[in-house]
Design a protein around this ligand. Structure first.
Ligand code: ATP
Ligand code: MG
Length: 272
């Protein structure tokens, strides 16, 4: 259950208690002809469900910026989707305090046939911001995105970096109390990344809560005052960014070596 309450700087911006997300592997995808066929070929056994998050317990105070790091498939995006209210947790409880703005996947929530301007207004409507208010913010959002005349072209004509610029500009222009960002900063070019960095610093200075998912360890240490390492859906470490990043890199190196060893063993048995 995701509870939304009014912002109160004395209470944590985010409280996640014993969160668990269980995906049902049999029901999550629509069945296509090809899948039906491959399912018929596959053995019937195998897991029917899968815990993408388990026992995840943390809070984010106002003014904290938390980086969530971990290997592919660790559950980072799942966690952000729970915080954004897109996925209902199967276990536990989330309380988000204040206005939550999220930038989860590239262009999610955008309509490819609408222009940049219309997508800005649409995003505002999605976030429950009044049309008049959104039109007041429009010039700033357009200026920050800085994609020139493309702002009047259909979104489907944008490069992925341009989509990210527009998305970031919208998500951060609406005075969020809590900002959720999943990976999107990585696609921006050097000058946009610099601008984004400044804007995130402003949001942190305004005592907002931020949760940033990224594979860019440099960003973790410059942007965030705390980092949480997720592995196989569980919190493995939570604390000082430099220490948590170091632990993550150690674990990644250990798993790379283990895989190399495994591959070498297979090569050896193949030769013999
Ligand atoms: N709709 C779904 N149905 C079933 N399993 C899913 C679904 N979405 C994600 N998963 C699984 O849940 C796990 C966590 O996925 P998630 O996208 O949260 O990982 P991530 O940490 O964001 O990884 P990445 O670094 O690759 O973005 C993965 O094993 C993934 O295969
Ligand atoms: Mg992800």
């Amino acid at each position: 259950m995701t509870v939304r309450a009014a912002a109160d700087a004395t209470l944590p911006a985010i409280e996640a208690r014993n969160l668990g997300v269980r995906y049902n592997l049999r029901l999550t995808r629509k069945t296509t002809v090809r899948q039906t066929f491959s399912q018929a070929l596959r053995r019937r056994e195998g897991p029917t469900h899968f815990w993408a998050l388990h026992d995840v317990d943390f809070q984010v105070d106002h003014g904290e910026s938390l980086a969530v790091i971990g290997p592919n498939g660790a559950g980072k995006s799942t966690l952000l989707q729970v915080l954004a209210g897109i996925i209902e947790p199967s276990e536990g409880r989330v309380t988000m305090r204040g206005k939550v703005s999220s930038l989860l996947t590239l262009g999610a929530g955008f309509d490819p046939d609408l222009t940049g301007i219309d997508n800005i207004l649409l995003a505002g409507a999605f976030m429950g911001i009044e049309d008049r208010e959104m039109r007041r913010r429009l010039p700033d959002i357009v200026e920050f995105a800085d994609i020139g005349p493309f702002i009047d072209a259909a979104l489907k004509t944008y490069s992925s970096g341009m989509r990210a610029r527009l998305g970031f500009s919208i998500a951060t222009a609406v005075d969020p109390d809590v900002l959720l960002v999943d990976e999107v900063l990585a696609t921006g070019d050097q000058s946009f990344r610099e601008k984004s960095r400044q804007r995130i610093e402003e949001l942190i200075a305004a005592a907002k809560g931020i949760v940033l998912v990224t594979h860019d360890m440099h960003w973790v240490t410059i942007f965030c005052n705390r980092a949480m390492l997720l592995e196989q859906g569980r919190v493995v470490a939570d604390g000082d960014p430099a220490e948590v990043v170091a632990l993550h890199q150690e674990h990644m190196e250990a798993s790379r070596l283990a895989k190399e060893e495994e591959a070498a063993k297979h090569r050896l048995t193949g030769v013999l």
